[in-house]
Design a protein around this ligand. Structure first.
Ligand SMILES: [Zn+2]
Length: 122
């Protein structure tokens, strides 16, 4: 919910940014047909705001992202087991980890609690 309010507020502010752009373009193109001027203004606005809107609406619906592998050696206890590795959360990113560490289920739970204590959002 908090994220929604933040995004919505940002979205309304972003719409306000389009006001001066629209005005400047419409004044500059005032001699053209009104419809053509509006269409050109929207093309310019769309080109700029596509990138901002895409960023606003980017959803992290797949987070937290975990990698699971069969038969790994747990980095904590050394047991061969099914391995778990937390890859990405809203404020934790190990997607480019050169030496990914896998843990057995128990050690993975312990590590997850550690990460939560350190402020990682799950
Ligand atoms: Zn383990």
């Amino acid at each position: 919910m908090e994220n929604f309010v933040k995004k919505f507020t940002f979205y309304l502010l972003r719409w306000q940014l389009s006001t001066p752009i629209l005005s400047v373009v419409l004044i500059a193109l005032a001699s053209l047909n009104k419809w053509a001027a509006a269409a050109i203004a929207n093309l310019i606005g769309g080109t700029i705001f596509f990138w901002i809107d895409r960023w606003i609406f980017k959803e992290n619906v797949f987070l937290p992202l975990w990698e699971i592998k069969e038969n790994i050696r747990c980095v904590d206890c050394g047991r061969i087991a099914k391995g778990f590795r937390l890859v990405k959360t809203p404020n934790y990113d190990r997607t480019t980890d050169k030496k990914p560490e896998f843990r057995c289920e128990e050690c993975s739970k312990r590590k997850l609690e550690e990460l939560k204590k350190r402020g990682v959002k799950i």
